[in-house]
Write a protein that binds this ligand. Structure first.
Ligand code: NAP
Length: 334
């Protein structure tokens, strides 16, 4: 079988397609014939900083993949041949709060990921795909999708009638827009591009701000909330946007902090003055993924796929993400 592997030094150009034997599932394992992957900013960052992340040898990138069960281990599993499945980002985070023990089980980081034709997964590290989704759509769920759900609903506690702030139009933010729309939550969404803002409007975004044209976008957010501030921010920008997010949130509001897109320094004083709850969120557990999938099915939500590239051209998918011209998700078909 063909697999893509990271070369610790080479970044995107150093990715190599190599041959490996198709593995055999052991007890409690399933062999998945991958049909699609999606790319996350984290995958790009891992490929570009592999050595710094402790990746020394060959490592298959990508946390997110969906496919068909080709074989199951002796004694059977909860899955059977031909089931359509999607992997979980953390193979060992089943439920409850995150803890140190799950970190080593992240696909495409400490362990091999899914940019390959076949992969072995523990049965606990996979879920049935939502029935209404294609493989490409399901492959967008494990990282960006679940993170958005966690930030907005299960961690952020956003409810109908509230207002949330979403930054940019990448995978996490566009999922958050779709979930918010289905939940009766008002959104204020920023982007560097008017064309992308138009696309976000078509998804139901209520207030649109171009953060390039309007560097003091937090003032626009306050205007759009009658000076009160938003109830919740899904913070994908990181240090470079956090101060403005803090300025945008209401007294007693929340910030779900997930992103590392921008660098910088920030003054934390307002977190205390406004009694803001700042919560770091790292994807989510398996049972939360099940609830997220149920919500997607119930609301007939289809992930927004901006571009799709063939397995042989996988490098191109990372280059697209690097250019940040995408809206929603980039997928690789296998
Ligand atoms: N903690 C977790 O569990 C978790 C999970 C998933 C992702 N993340 C992180 O969340 C971030 C977003 O991930 P993603 O997969 O959604 O990335 P992505 O698809 O690459 O999204 C990038 C988009 O973010 C926007 N952006 C960049 N700089 C910005 C800025 N200064 N202000 C506002 N928006 C800005 C841009 O949107 P426009 O082009 O519209 O301007 C850009 O296209 C990354 O840092 C990623 O590592 C964390």
């Amino acid at each position: 079988m063909k697999v893509w592997v990271i070369n610790a030094e080479g970044g995107i150009d150093g990715l190599q397609m190599i041959d490996r034997d198709i593995p055999k599932p052991g007890p409690g394992e399933i062999l998945v014939r991958l049909k699609a992957n999606s790319i996350n900013y984290r995958d790009l960052s891992t490929i570009k900083n592999a050595a710094a992340r402790g990746i020394a040898g060959e490592r298959i990138p990508n946390s997110d993949g969906a496919g068909i069960v080709e074989d199951v281990g002796p004694g059977g599993t909860a899955f059977k041949k031909s089931d359509r499945v999607v992997g979980t980002f953390f193979q060992d985070w089943l439920s409850g709060s995150i803890h140190e023990g799950v970190m080593a089980s992240a696909l495409g980081g400490p362990i091999d990921g899914l940019l390959c034709e076949y992969a072995l997964l523990e049965e606990r590290g996979a879920l049935h795909m939502p029935d209404h989704l294609s493989f490409e759509e399901a492959a967008t769920l494990p990282c960006a999708g679940l993170t958005a759900w966690h930030c907005l609903i299960e961690g952020g506690g956003a409810r109908a009638g509230q207002t949330v702030l979403l930054l940019g139009t990448g995978g996490v933010s566009i999922f958050a827009q779709q979930i918010a729309k289905a939940s009766g939550i008002r959104t204020i969404l920023t982007s560097s591009s008017d064309e992308k803002l138009d696309r976000a409007k078509a998804l139901g975004a209520d207030v649109l701000i171009n953060y390039r044209d309007c560097p003091n976008w937090e003032e626009k957010v306050m205007e759009a909330t009658d000076g009160r501030g938003v109830d919740l921010v899904v913070e994908v920008g990181g240090a470079g946007t956090l101060e403005k997010s803090i300025a945008s949130v209401r007294v007693g509001g929340r910030i779900s902090l997930v992103g590392i897109l921008t660098g910088g320094q920030m003054d934390p004083t307002s977190i205390m003055r406004k009694s803001i709850t700042l919560q770091g969120i790292y994807v989510g557990p398996r049972d939360m993924f099940e609830r997220f999938n149920a919500a997607l099915l119930q609301n007939d939500i289809h992930p927004v796929i901006d571009a799709s590239v063939e397995f042989a051209d996988a490098k191109e998918a990372y280059r697209m993400m690097e250019k940040a011209g995408h809206f929603g998700k980039i997928v690789v078909t296998i």
